[in-house]
Design a protein around this ligand. Structure first.
Ligand SMILES: Cc1ncc(COP(=O)(O)O)c(C=O)c1O
Length: 481
């Protein structure tokens, strides 16, 4: 392009880094910097603008994280193609196919073969900022190891269990060590494992209380493993502990998302956490804590995991690297409580059904965690997601009749709508435009009690796609309120 890309204002008090990011972003959105074109080298732009090279590097990295730029090792940095996020034809995750299939009709979610143009289904993290150098180094390290002639150990590779325990001690204050950690193929497998273990302990189909609305895949997984699920209400703070006390049959376990209730977004206050643990202790119930989204708090500090508050030994913590890194890894964990019965039951199961996560994946993940790249990635993406969250608020907050919520943490948001017809029209209208969002009704655990609204993720696509998606969501909502 002719002329300077942007001009730095030195008198206005705005930070140089901020001006760089804003100016470049504006250039891309205005088309002054064309999609696919290389941007100037960091050295050249720094010299042209009279700023430090590190400020330009930081600006490019931020814009790469937001999806505006594409940075590849050994190649010039380029302006990203708009549909970059779909270049690999991301299939939608089973979980959200599942969500669409739940009790409500699968309104508006296009058939699997038709990839949405802008995929705002919840559950997709941004992978743009994964440190590819550290990622490749970890895989090289794993590939260089001797090739064992046995299956991975039943509870997972020792080194990985140590790294996960370390991660949980630091990030979540959970006092655990490698012996307490079971490596799983994501949360879904961890939940299934917990259900199978409970079945063998109670010697019948266990009754497991689940949040309503809640995570439909987890509910179905529990049921498929022979458990009977029983819905428990949630409110703006998450699971209603009193509702557990009022259940006609005391459940054997309760599955809860205390960090960021899925999908409504409540964060269970400490008092309610303690109450829940007290109830579990007196009812003899196991708490399955899905610590989903605990890494991404935007408002208010993260609260201690139930597993770190519990001294009764009845909390099974399940978690995964699906949001922290990518669901492509299919890697998660289950932290065993002190309860000997559960340990033995899981031990028995894994003796017959070996750890499903391939040994080489475990070795690579251990190396990646040990390199510090995961910790750094969480810190970087937390900032990116805070910026995305701001875009969501700017676009959708304050529409009368369509309250926006669920944004204190995590990577998705909820908009309540004034009726099922409105909700169906919004989901279907967006689908027709190639924009996939989920229907809030699909998360209901009580057939016939579906709440109208939409749930959408804001982490996966780049900013430009997100901005378009949000503008269209806004227009679709305004047409029905
Ligand atoms: C509530 C909840 N927990 C956990 C997960 C992660 O599941 P997995 O580890 O099986 O990918 C998801 C995925 O979207 C989720 O919505």
């Amino acid at each position: 392009m002719d002329g300077p890309i942007l001009v730095i204002d030195r008198g206005g008090g705005r930070r140089v880094g901020e001006q760089l990011v804003d100016g470049l972003r504006r250039g891309i959105l205005d088309g002054a910097l064309r999609q696919g074109d290389p941007v100037p080298s960091t050295r050249a732009l720094a010299a042209e603008l009279g700023v430090s090279r590190s400020a330009v590097v930081a600006a490019y990295e931020q814009l790469a994280g937001e999806g505006y730029l594409e940075m590849r090792q050994g190649a010039p940095t380029r302006v990203a193609e708009l549909d970059h996020a779909h270049a690999h034809g991301h299939e939608r995750s089973g979980h959200h196919r599942g969500a669409a299939r739940a009790h409500a009709p699968a309104v508006g979610v296009p058939p699997e073969s038709v990839a949405p143009r802008i995929d705002l289904l919840p559950g997709r993290p941004s992978t743009a900022r994964i440190d590819t150098r550290a990622w490749r180094a970890a895989w090289r390290q794993a590939a260089a190891l001797d090739i064992p002639s046995n299956s991975p150990p039943p509870f997972g590779v020792r080194h990985l269990r140590e790294e996960i325990a370390d991660h949980l001690r630091h990030a979540r204050g959970v006092a655990c060590d490698a012996d307490d950690v079971v490596v799983t193929a994501g949360t879904s497998e961890a939940v299934g494992l917990a259900a199978s273990a409970l079945t063998s302990i109670v010697g019948r189909a266990p009754v497991i209380a689940v949040e309503h609305p809640g995570y439909p895949s987890a509910r179905r997984t529990l049921e498929r493993r022979g458990a009977r699920t029983a819905p428990v209400a949630v409110d703006a703070d998450g699971l209603v502990v009193d509702a557990l006390r009022r259940m006609p049959q005391v459940p054997d376990a309760v599955m809860v998302t205390p960090s960021h209730q899925y999908p409504l977004g409540g964060r269970l206050p400490v008092a309610a956490r303690l109450e829940l643990l007290e109830w579990a202790g007196s009812a003899g119930a196991v708490v399955i804590e899905d610590d989903y989204d605990s890494e991404f708090r935007h408002l208010g500090p993260p609260l201690p995991a139930l597993a770190s508050l519990d001294d009764g030994g009845g909390v099974v913590l399940v978690g995964s690297f699906s949001k922290v890194l990518t669901p492509w890894l299919r890697l998660g964990y289950l932290v065993l409580p002190q309860s000997q019965a559960l340990r033995e039951a899981i031990d028995d199961i894994r003796a017959d059904e070996p750890c499903p996560v391939p040994g080489v994946v475990q070795d690579a993940a251990a190396a990646l965690l040990a390199s510090g790249a995961v910790r750094r990635h969480i810190a970087v993406t937390r900032r990116d997601y805070a910026h995305r969250r701001r875009l969501v608020l700017d676009a959708l907050d304050g529409i009368p009749g369509a309250p926006l919520s669920g944004l204190d943490g995590g990577l998705h948001a909820v908009v309540r709508l004034p009726g099922h017809a409105a909700s169906a029209a919004v989901v279907a209208g967006l689908a027709a435009e190639g924009i996939a969002v989920a229907s809030l009704g699909d998360y209901s655990a009580v057939p016939g009690d579906e709440e109208p609204g939409i749930v959408f993720g804001y982490a996966g696509p780049g900013d430009t796609q997100l901005a378009e998606g949000l503008a269209r969501i806004r227009a679709a909502i305004l047409a029905v309120v």
